[in-house]
Design a protein. Structure first.
Lengths: 95, 479
């Protein structure tokens, strides 16, 4: 299928990545090439084939509900670009 | 003999016999790194890391078997920066150890204080996509070491490390091991805990060893394997003693040779080296027969849909809030977008956007769901062959190491260099790459052995037998 710059721009927004105009240009072409290649998968009849999202037959892994120590707030914050007290600081979200 | 040239099992023996000390091993490695790493660039040198004292102490000082291990920059090491060679994780200092690191420390193995170079977030096959510059192949400095664990493979090959850990999502341990002439193993999915491995594609990622020989590989697997309550996808299947699988005997072993792997695109020189290795195993008592994995041609497209979809989801967490790099921006969304624009490299952005595309409304069924269904067919191909065969043998890569810069401009061409390793991750199988010869230009070639899930012992048996009857693993590059 064809992917246009508008679609790439929209998906980049969904992925929260700002693209410079020359990046958008180049990326649209490269994504088009990759999608043309991937379109090969349309040759296969996939009727009645179950999807494999995970290779092991492991489902619903449960454990005993036992309280344990977790990372202390000060350790969880050691890498924060901005922090205050026991919080991460971000730009203002509400007016 | 310089200590850095030895294997881990040789050093462990020397330590036991009190012929050397942990300190001597470390000094020897440090000298070697100072001498050649400026040419290889296998280790990441951040300004805060000191080349003169690059060792993080192990928790267990009394243990005598202390052979330092070098670790890829995407495996969390407490107190030692782990940045996935990406600007967006710049300065990230993990507050905890990955489970594999914890296990190594418990076994008395010190973690080497310099992390190994890699493609950003393991996105690549050449270690050219690193924020710390490309790693060079020790066999030819103009060539790539493979990727994404190119740093780990190069430092083991150049004797700048005794052994190392890498991670493999589509070939990222095996392909660089092949390009650098060392041993690299991707365990069965679920064999080794992924806790503390910074996720790329969660249904495909595995941590595994990169070593100088097959025995070291088995020793390292003994330490890192096993169930981990912190990784719900780790398996509680019993872990055998892999050292016991190091048997020099392949009599009666049935090898399948997939015809789809020996087609156009495979370098004729590589092909003849692989055929020679298979013949060697036959003279040692194995038998081989051509088999078919009919959906092989679909593996690369399936992989680049599934792996990028999972990556786009996993990498959503790098948003400038909790760790790493943050750019400016007046609103939260603006800050996210600028941080990710400036923090991610070109390949990372390409993969995140491709993945977000195939998961987005209107394209999900046509791309992502279809790829998951074809993944089932690829797995079924292997199940059918393993009903009648003990292992499958293929080249690890269609060519030997390529030149730095040769494929960077064409992502699709780069993706195709993983054509023989990708199916293994999609099917969750274990596979190992071992050295099996050299091209006329003096570049190593890797032999890939695949086995049934949780049958790493078969890999060790076949690989060890081949190694005992060849000299390739003893060859050293002149750097």
């Amino acid at each position: 299928m064809a992917i246009d710059k508008k679609t790439v721009e929209y998906v980049a927004h969904l992925a929260r990545i700002e693209l410079k105009s020359q990046e958008l240009e180049k990326l649209s072409q490269q994504l088009q090439d990759i999608l043309n290649f991937v379109d090969k998968l349309k040759e296969i009849n996939i009727k009645d084939i179950a999807p494999t999202s995970h290779i092991l037959p492991i489902n619903n892994v449960l454990r005993e509900d036992i309280p344990k120590d977790s990372l202390a707030p000060k350790d969880a914050l050691i890498n924060a670009p901005a922090q205050e007290g026991s919080f991460f600081v971000v730009p203002k979200v509400i007016e | 003999m310089e200590l850095y040239k030895l294997t881990a099992h040789e050093l462990i023996k020397k330590l036991k016999n009190k012929e050397t000390s942990a300190q001597e091993i470390l000094s020897s490695l440090t000298i070697r790194i100072k001498e050649i790493d400026s040419k290889v660039n296998g280790y990441v040198r951040r300004s805060k890391e000191n080349m003169d004292s690059p060792l993080v102490r192990s928790e267990n000082d009394s243990h005598s078997g202390t052979v330092p291990i070098s670790v890829k920059d995407n495996i969390c090491t407490e107190g030692l920066n782990t940045e996935c060679c990406s600007k967006i994780l710049g300065g990230f200092n993990p507050p905890y150890d990955a489970t594999v690191i914890k296990k190594l420390k418990e076994a008395g193995m010190p973690i080497f204080g310099l992390k190994t170079n890699m493609d950003e977030f393991a996105f690549g096959s050449s270690t050219e996509n690193s924020s710390f510059g490309p790693t060079h192949n020790p066999w030819n400095l103009e060539c790539v070491p493979g990727g994404s664990s190119g740093g780990s493979a190069a430092v083991v090959s150049a004797d700048e490390a005794i052994w190392a850990l890498g991670s493999d999502t589509g070939g990222s341990i095996r392909q660089p091991a092949a390009f650098c002439g060392v041993v690299g193993l991707k365990p069965t999915y679920g064999r080794v805990s992924r806790y503390g491995l910074i996720a790329f594609a969660s249904s495909l990622d595995q941590i595994g060893p990169i070593t100088k020989d097959v025995e070291d590989c088995a020793l390292l697997m003994n330490i890192i394997s096993g169930y981990d309550p912190n990784d719900s996808t780790s398996s509680d299947t019993d872990v055998p003693d892999y050292a016991k699988a190091l048997v020099n005997d392949v009599k009666g072993i049935k090898i399948g040779i997939p015809k789809e792997y020996f087609v156009q695109g495979l370098d004729p020189e590589v092909k003849s080296i692989i055929e020679e290795a298979i013949n060697k195993l036959k003279t040692l008592g194995a038998s081989s027969k051509e088999v078919s994995l009919p959906h092989t041609q679909y593996a690369v497209p399936v992989y680049y849909i599934i792996a990028t979809a999972e990556a786009s989801s996993n990498l959503a967490r790098f948003d400038g809030v909790q760790y790493g790099f943050r750019s400016g921006g007046l609103t939260l969304i603006e800050m996210y977008k600028k941080t990710r624009q400036e923090g991610f490299g070109e390949e990372a952005k390409r993969r995140i956007i491709l993945g977000a595309f195939s998961l987005s409304h209107g394209y999900y069924d046509a791309y992502y769901l279809r790829a998951l269904k074809v993944r089932t067919l690829i797995k079924q191909d292997f199940d059918a062959v393993f009903k009648d065969f003990d292992c499958i043998i293929t080249p690890t890569s269609p060519t030997a190491a390529f030149k730095i810069g040769e494929k960077v401009a064409d992502p699709l061409k780069m993706y195709l260099s993983d054509i023989y390793t990708i199916s293994v991750n999609l099917a969750g199988l274990p596979a190992v790459s071992i050295p099996c010869g050299f091209t006329k230009k003096g570049l190593p070639v890797g032999l890939q052995i695949l086995a049934k899930p949780f049958n790493e012992e078969m890999l060790f048996r076949v690989a060890h037998t081949y190694e005992e009857n060849s000299e390739w693993h003893k060859m050293k590059p002149k750097v």
